[in-house]
Design a protein around this ligand. Structure first.
Ligand code: SF4
Length: 220
């Protein structure tokens, strides 16, 4: 995936950000490329976010690593016994995920965090591939934010998962069961994205995020 160049606008944006940088990180070498999923290949929980952050994952090369959203996410995973460390700062920080994998619906950082409809569609085969590789052990999905919820449901339908109709509405704590092409029932949970917009305003609290991962871990 690191060499994927199917979305010229996003590929260029990632490179441009890696050159201009944010002042706080001007001494660092940015990753500036597509960011793949992180976590064991036999995970039972798959967390899906929107896309790499321009100065987070696009800088460090690992999803949700090096920004405030990641601090919240990894903090919650750690409290739930799903991450070795309570923070994720760089590719070489020793972080390990335990039974959980994190990925994105779009793998290159988009301007204004807004990939186009075409870019979302172009990147979706990567998510389909990741889900299909995880199927033997996968028990639950967590979608961080409405975009990830919609993208994940579209991907599951494309893989012939049975998804309830009408389409389940996104909200924090929304959940439904989906049946895979292998006949196995799995849980899909929605969570507000741990962006600063949600965490600074109190829309998403640590306890609320922790509850999502408690639920995902408990589903067998
Ligand atoms: S967003 Fe996805 S499909 Fe587009 S260039 Fe990046 S990795 Fe490739």
């Amino acid at each position: 995936m690191g060499k994927c160049s199917a979305c010229p606008r996003l590929v260029q944006w990632c490179k441009d950000v890696a050159i201009t940088k944010r002042k706080a990180y001007e001494s660092e070498e940015y990753w500036g490329k597509p960011v793949s999923g992180f976590g064991p290949a036999d995970a039972s929980i798959l967390i899906v976010g929107l896309a790499p952050g321009a100065h987070g994952a696009n800088r460090t090369g690992r999803v949700f690593t090096g920004d405030r959203s990641g601090d919240w996410l990894f903090g919650s995973l750690h409290r739930n016994g799903l991450a070795k460390l309570a923070s994720s700062t760089s590719l070489h920080d020793g972080q390990e995920l335990l039974g959980v994998r994190i990925t994105c619906a779009v793998h290159c950082a988009p301007p204004d965090n807004k990939p186009s409809t075409e870019e979302k569609a172009t990147c979706s085969p990567w998510l389909l591939k990741e889900i299909s590789l995880l199927l033997p052990t996968l028990k639950s999905f967590v979608a961080l934010g409405k975009f990830a919820w919609d993208g994940l449901i579209d991907s599951l339908k494309a893989m012939d998962f049975q998804v309830p109709t009408p389409k389940p509405k996104f909200g924090h704590g929304s959940q439904c069961e989906v049946i895979g092409p292998d006949g196995v029932q799995r849980l899909l949970i929605g969570s507000y994205h741990p962006s600063q917009q949600n965490t600074f305003t109190g829309k998403l609290t640590e306890a609320q995020l922790d509850q999502v991962f408690e639920l995902a871990s408990a589903y067998k």
